[in-house]
Design a protein around this ligand. Sequence first.
Ligand SMILES: N[C@@H](CCC(=O)N[C@@H](CS)C(=O)NCC(=O)O)C(=O)O
Length: 199
Amino acid sequence: MLTLYYSPGACSLASHIALHEAGEKFDLVKVNLKTHALEDGRSFKDINPKGYVPALQFDNGDVLTENVAILTKIADRHSTLAAPGKHGKYRLLEMLAFISSEVHKSFKPLFSANSTAEEKQAAKDAIAKRLEFLAKHKPTSGTYLFGDNMTVADAYLFVMLLWAEKNGVKVPDALKKLAEAMKARPTVHLALKHEGLAA
Ligand SMILES: N[C@@H](CCC(=O)N[C@@H](CS)C(=O)NCC(=O)O)C(=O)O
């Protein structure tokens, strides 16, 4: 059985949603990101020395880290969550890399107690610009990034959109629509519920 190490509302929510969407059976293990302790007292750093979530552990004990790698692995196991077309695999990687390095990383000042108000505002502006770009250059005009079928990239983007909403970052209408479509999916509700973020 797979095991997903997560923290409520963190970027690991993307893998959590994708695993439900894929119909995978998996264990969910909560990580305290401050102490790196697991609920059974073990240290998360013994599983992922990087100390951050997500981490996905396979039956044989192998552990995969990094959102891009985990989400790609899930899409490889479940083609319904992959991007379509001749260059689908690379288009998906292109999108995941953009979300990871251009959007996700830009949130860092918003989560840091050491950031000034100016740094936080600059981060919000940078994220808004990236989201605006994404809305304008979405590969398709469908509800999701790659059309009317959800891919693992939508799960990752959805978490970024939740964070944007929470932090008062401007979200373009096309991406608001995508977030609403995601929220309406039973698997998303289930993941949010398991993380204690929905009733
Ligand atoms: N490069 C990593 C970054 C993951 C990451 O930023 N995880 C955050 C939660 S969203 C975390 O666990 N932060 C705690 C820490 O860095 O100690 C990835 O994309 O998977």
